[in-house]
Design a protein around this ligand. Structure first.
Ligand SMILES: O=C(O)CCC(=O)C(=O)O
Length: 292
């Protein structure tokens, strides 16, 4: 994975490849404040054998890996909308160094769409099947970026994000199989593209900015070191959602850069609509792909 440094090169790489990794996207104090909250949540998860907490629509906020979670080896895998319960996360949603670059991609007016933490604790086995984010979050236009902040050093061993360069310009792949919304592309599509995937690794505090249409996934953590990501999605302010937010939150739609214009901008494409999750998180939706 090649690192580019000037803003112009970063914008160029995002446009060409659909992603760019930058260092120091979080300040040291932002990183340490989120890590302190995260350590408390992992500790709390040891007392639970089932997903716990609650988000706006009544689903649990904290999701655990059903087959591997124990009090000795916790396998907390997802925290939904942590910015609702953590001032450290809220501060990052509203301001971080990656946001400056997002304004270079999509213009001055930027909205927050959703935020979540994905954890891959050692021996958890948590993995992410290949998918594009856009079919989960179709909007009136395609100016949507997922910013994945590295809360730990990400290495080739601890389950780095794997992205397939250029696929943001290609087709949207179905996440529906035999009438079931699995949140994952078919095995054939995965096989076709996986050999072209590149791993996104780097120091804690870095971030990968990934276009919502980029194909990506990630393998299980095979190391003793955790790999946690704080994942925040932003849209151009004039991108209007076509579906209810699967990460519902009181922060959905807050303008984090620029101003509200009251306009909708539309591009011409078609997409299969997603299923609103009945499961605790996207991981439960993807688990359905394993049983097919
Ligand atoms: O945690 C990862 O490696 C990827 C995250 C992801 O693709 C997602 O949550 O949609």
């Amino acid at each position: 994975m090649q690192k580019v440094n000037s803003i112009r090169q970063q914008v160029k790489q995002f446009q060409k490849d659909g992603f760019v990794v930058i260092e120091n996207a979080l300040s040291e104090s932002q990183l340490s404040a989120i890590k302190a909250d995260l350590a408390k949540w992992v500790e709390e998860s040891k007392q639970h054998t089932q997903p716990f907490g609650q988000i706006q629509d009544g689903r649990p906020r904290f999701d655990i890996e059903p087959n591997t979670h124990t009090s000795d080896k916790p396998a907390l895998r997802r925290i939904t909308s942590p910015a609702e319960i953590s001032s450290a996360c809220l501060g990052v949603v509203k301001d971080n160094h990656a946001l400056d670059l997002v304004t270079q991609f999509f213009g001055p007016n930027i909205k927050h769409w959703g935020n979540k933490i994905n954890l891959k604790l050692p021996s958890s086995g948590t993995e992410v099947r290949f998918h594009q984010d856009f079919p989960f979050e179709p909007h009136s236009n395609e100016d949507i970026v997922t910013v994945l902040f590295f809360l730990d050093d990400v290495t080739l061993e601890n389950g780095p994000l794997e992205v397939v360069p250029g696929t943001h310009k290609g087709p949207l792949h179905s996440l529906w199989h035999n009438g079931v919304f699995t949140g994952a592309v078919s095995e054939d599509v995965e096989l076709q593209y996986k050999s072209e995937a590149v791993s996104c690794f780097g120091k804690a505090g870095s971030a990968c900015l990934m276009h919502s249409k980029l194909l990506h996934g990630s393998a299980a953590n095979s190391s003793d070191l955790a790999r946690c990501l704080y994942i925040v999605s932003y849209t151009a302010e004039d991108a209007i959602t076509l579906v209810p937010n699967p990460l519902p939150s009181e922060l959905d739609g807050i303008v984090v850069r620029g101003e509200r214009t009251g306009k909708a901008r539309c591009t011409n494409y078609d997409v299969e609509l997603p299923e609103y999750p009945k499961e605790v998180s996207f991981f439960g939706q993807q688990d359905k792909a394993k049983n097919m």
